[in-house]
Design a protein around this ligand. Structure first.
Ligand SMILES: [Zn+2]
Length: 339
């Protein structure tokens, strides 16, 4: 990479020691521009290692465990940011161009990434679209290879009412892990990767699937006492989770995320929440909590935080959200004398 590149943020990096040495060497060569030495550092030294780009941090946690030794993975949207309104930087485009595999959600969440890939035509890296892999929102899955290069763009049409927060539903995530295993395995076989790389993918997928199943079981068990509970969330990210585990999103603070409701809107919403029997209000760390907090105070219900994207460890993100949901719903039940 040249000195004009944005400093890469390589999280969950599993670089072989040799790659670390080469990367340091490349930095030293940086002042000479894109020299032969820098070029050598550009290809991963471990046979079978893949350079993977994901769009949002939780996808990193769902793909990294499936990658062979020495692979690199990075998320374009950093953990502190909302993916909505994310714009591809020139540095990101360069990172995409070097990737072996790009993994994204689809359903219109990452239009800049999809069009940048489309512009590369036949030179585009292999792609895995979560929505397409799950058969959500596009044509039914014809069993084609998701890692194909002439990606047909089915995945990224703006589907309006289809909720794109697919990674927040553990049952969908379990299916996605199986699809990702197939895609990555196919990519490695096409590159004649060593057998131990394929074994690593299989092992990684098996242990990740077990972890996803644990998360699913924990949600079922710990939310079952709160079946039918109504909550208010900051943005419309939690509908799939609610439907899966039997709670209700009664209201969303910001139907249009850029739009701030007036004080009158907030007071009216709080009154409606009392009538509806809303149990708790949840803000999100990537967005302003002011309105959500005021709604909770005016309605007299517990206030918590749910995080849809801010962690590269998917299971940890999901379990933190479960802790928040369970504790605030229990608090609300206790306040009503049901605890
Ligand atoms: Zn969202």
């Amino acid at each position: 990479m040249s000195t004009t590149d944005r400093r890469p943020r390589l999280a969950a990096l599993r670089l072989a020691p040799l790659a670390v040495v080469l990367a340091a060497f490349a930095v030293l060569l940086g002042s000479c521009g894109r020299s032969e030495g820098g070029r050598a550092a550009d290809s991963l030294p471990t046979p079978g290692a893949l350079r993977v780009v994901v769009t949002i941090p939780p996808l990193e946690g769902l793909i990294a465990p499936l990658l062979p030794e020495g692979s690199e993975i990075r998320s374009l949207v950093p953990p502190g940011a909302s993916p909505h309104g994310y714009e591809l930087t020139p540095g990101d485009a360069a990172v995409l161009a070097r990737a072996d595999l790009v993994v994204y959600v689809g359903l219109g969440l990452e239009p800049g990434v999809v069009s940048a890939l489309a512009r590369r035509g036949k030179a585009a890296p292999a792609q895995l679209c979560m929505a397409e892999a799950l058969g959500i929102g596009g044509e039914p899955d014809h069993g084609h290879d998701h890692a194909h290069h002439d990606h047909d763009d089915d995945c990224d049409h703006d589907h309006g009412p289809i909720d794109e927060h697919l990674w927040l539903d553990p049952v969908l995530v379990a299916s996605f892990v199986a699809e990702a295993e197939e895609t990555i395995g196919g990519l490695l076989r096409a590159r004649s990767a060593p057998a131990d790389a394929l074994v690593a993918v299989e092992r990684g997928a098996a242990s990740l699937r077990a972890r996803v199943a644990e998360v699913d079981a924990a949600y079922r068990e710990r939310l079952s006492p709160h079946a039918g509970a109504k909550i208010v969330t900051q943005h419309a990210a939690w509908g799939r989770l609610a439907e899966r585990y039997g709670f209700v999103i009664a209201r969303v603070v910001m139907p249009v995320e850029a739009h701030d409701p007036s004080p009158g809107d907030v007071a009216a919403a709080a009154e409606a929440m009392k009538r509806e029997g809303v149990a708790a209000v949840f803000s999100e760390p990537q967005l302003s909590r002011t309105t959500a907090e005021r709604l909770a105070r005016l309605a007299g219900v517990p206030f918590g935080e749910l995080d849809p994207v801010g962690d590269t460890d998917w299971a940890r993100l999901m379990m933190r959200n479960l802790d928040a949901l369970e504790s605030k719903l229990a608090e609300a039940a206790a306040a009503r004398g049901e605890g």
